[in-house]
Write a protein that binds this ligand. Sequence first.
Ligand code: PLP
Length: 410
Amino acid sequence: MTLTSMTPTSQAHEISAASRLEHVRYAIRDLACVADEVVKQGHKVLPLNVGDPLNFDFQTPPHIIEAVYKAMRDGKNGYSPSSGIPEALQAIRGEAARKGITTVHDVFVTSGVSETVDLCLSALVNPGEDVLTPSPDYPLYSAVLCKLGIRLNAYDLNEDDAWQPELADIERKVTPRTRGIVLINPNNPTGSLCTRQMLEQVAELAHRHNLIVFSDEIYDKLILDGTPHIAFASVAPDVPCVTFGGMSKNYLVPGWRIGWGIVSGDAAAVKAYTDGVNRLLRARLCANHPEQYAIKPALEGPQDHLIEVQRKLRSRRDLTQKWCESTPRVSCVAPRGAFYAYPRIDIPESDEVFVKELIRQKHVMVVHGSGFGQKPGTQHFRIVFLPDEKTLTKAYAGIAEFMRERYGNA
Ligand SMILES: Cc1ncc(COP(=O)(O)O)c(C=O)c1O
């Protein structure tokens, strides 16, 4: 039978997507359609929207590329054990010890922290339950919860307190059906760091309400002000916690898709949950196999690249901050980690319109604050300050000019 003879004469019924997906958004990449329009008109768009250091002047440390190449040549191209290869798991346990996490119950390797987020949330929540997520947050958390059909329960970060979590808001939003709380530290999109006192207060609250803490520390080696990063699990050894870490940012290989989870806390309290995570790990077979051979040399080998990365990021952060301070209608809490700034803007239209028009008129792509969450009545945009100083200076001049032309000076 030919395809033509199978095709019904009446119009085919549309295959609809699950209604759960209605609220799944990923503003960072959703803007690509607007950028495509501009590119089709022959312009080059400067991508200050995606946190990929490899788009700019950052290079993967060669010794970890060699490790993956060798693994491939040595035939490590089949499936790996579901939780990861033994030498990577041992190296991650070593990393946990260096982070001061003393009550490690389990570790596992995933296809990027993105998969850790998906697995850890999926393994926790039943219909009708919820997880507290920061606002603003990295949008994958809300996207995964929407996919699972879970009601969003966002708590505010306080811009007037260097974007620290607002404890009173968390307290207000905990319900008997709340199962966990997400911390992103250093934070994307704000670049803020949690203070030790804040971590202790979150630990006390999590303990009191029987919550598991998901501490996303994917940027823990990209601290820009010389202070040490404090792992949540190191200040709260008994609180059930999964610390998320990975290779994408610290080791400059976002395309390899390697992340991990470190389960810590009271062993009896986390046992059933850990069994659930491992069931999901087995069901999806394994993370990328040859890339796992880079984990040990990355975590235990030379860390020299980090000195250069931090030097560049510090200089670019300072330039960004200076621009924010000297530009009418713009203000910004100085980022202390990662490579994002989240300036507040005083404009008479939505930040989504601002961002789309900025792409169309000046070919600079940033992401609107409403794509991450923000308090009603406030508007922001997120800048990725990875490009070199010359490129950033040009981009910031374009943004300032756009604001002057569109809104006039405040
Ligand atoms: C806070 C945060 N968590 C997780 C991820 C996902 O990282 P991965 O590349 O390991 O999936 C990102 C990526 O930008 C991020 O910013």
